[in-house]
Ligand binder design. Structure first.
Ligand code: BTX
Length: 327
């Protein structure tokens, strides 16, 4: 019910909707309408009430709720079900549990805060409340386990396009999974899967974006930034979310339906900050310095070793560093 009231107010933002219209349209008493409005106000919605004219939505908080997400994502038919949390340990962890229980492709898990957000190879991902987008999407593509890193390329391309569309800032990709601006990370992607030797059962693609974060803990201060810090202004998390999921849908369905990664890889190449540069590839205890030449059609990094040998690197277990700085 609350969702329906909010939807009506949002559809008529800036105009009054009469209490009578709401109560007869939704089949509930005017008193219960008033109670829902009160609860929306408590959540931060600026709603003007007039006994004669009804209710007018003036301003919305940049906050998420189950109702708000269902309303703003209703035009994205790829997102089939939404799980919203104020706080959670990790959306990827929760998504994997849901996927194991049979959740459908297109299930979205989003939390305002993560207390145990995860990065690759057991690293952590700082995810404070009210500032970022921390989410995971469950996918069930018919691919082989070794093709799973391709999903990271799709998400990276979607993030580049969505950020550019939303705030007109060009961001870079540090292959395979970091989105950076001025050599600092604003976003990371964590692709995980449930698979048997030859078949992928599900993939969870986790996306973290520092949207309005202003302070980072000491240990990542020098390597992390946010869209707000770059833009100099608060960025709407809702608008960014809508765009990220729209772009993700488009790149992912192109991959699934047309069996090609071309559109995603073109963007990964265009936005790559490492192509043409020397980079250090770290694989467990082993480190080699190479020149990054290209990203091939499967999303692998093509590099040239010191001895001139050209090899392809699959993103799975490797980390990559610039030779002269962290990123
Ligand atoms: P990564 O392994 O490339 O990056 C992790 C590293 O990045 C950390 O070791 C730390 O140095 C740095 N770092 C930690 N937090 C931040 C931050 N907020 N901004 C910039 N740098 C940071 C990247 O892994 C993949 C991250 C995916 C996060 C999403 S959020 C939703 C989903 N759920 C979940 O638990 N993880 C994913």
């Amino acid at each position: 019910m609350k969702k329906k009231i909010l939807e009506q107010l949002k559809n008529n933002k800036g105009d009054f909707v009469s209490g009578e219209e709401l109560s007869s349209g939704l089949g509930v008493s005017r008193t219960s309408i008033w109670k829902y409005i009160k609860s929306l106000k408590e959540e931060g919605y600026d709603i003007e009430s007039s006994s004669r004219k009804g209710y007018k939505l003036i301003e919305e908080p940049d906050k998420f709720s189950q109702e708000e997400l269902e309303i703003i994502l209703k035009d994205n038919d790829f997102i089939k079900k939404i799980y919203y949390f104020d706080t959670i340990d990790s959306t990827n962890k929760y998504a994997k549990e849901l996927a194991l229980k049979g959740a459908d492709e297109g299930t979205l898990i989003l939390s305002d805060e993560q207390r145990g957000g995860r990065g690759r190879l057991g690293r952590n991902w700082i995810s404070p409340p009210n500032t970022g987008l921390w989410m995971s999407i469950i996918l069930r593509p018919q691919i082989k386990p070794w093709e799973a890193p391709q999903i990271t390329s799709i998400a990276a391309a979607a993030l580049c396009k969505a950020i550019e569309n939303t705030i007109n800032i060009k961001v870079g990709i540090k292959w395979p999974n970091d989105i950076v601006v001025n050599n600092k990370k604003i976003s990371g992607i964590l692709t995980e899967m449930g698979a048997e030797p030859d078949t992928v059962n599900f993939i969870v693609v986790g996306i973290g974006i520092n949207v309005n974060t202003e302070d980072f803990p000491e240990d990542i201060k020098d390597i992390a930034t946010s869209l707000k810090l770059i833009k100099g202004d608060t960025v709407s998390r809702k608008r960014l979310l809508i765009n990220v999921l729209q772009e993700f849908k488009s790149f992912y369905l192109d991959f699934v339906n047309n069996k090609t990664l071309k559109k995603s890889i073109d963007i990964c190449r265009e936005n790559s900050i490492i192509l043409g540069n020397k980079v250090k590839i770290i694989n467990g205890m082993e480190e080699i310095i190479v020149v990054a030449l290209d990203i091939n059609d499967r999303g692998e990094l093509v590099v040239k070793k010191d001895n001139g040998e050209i090899i392809n690197i699959i993103s799975g277990e490797v980390s990559l560093r610039g030779v002269s700085n962290y990123i």
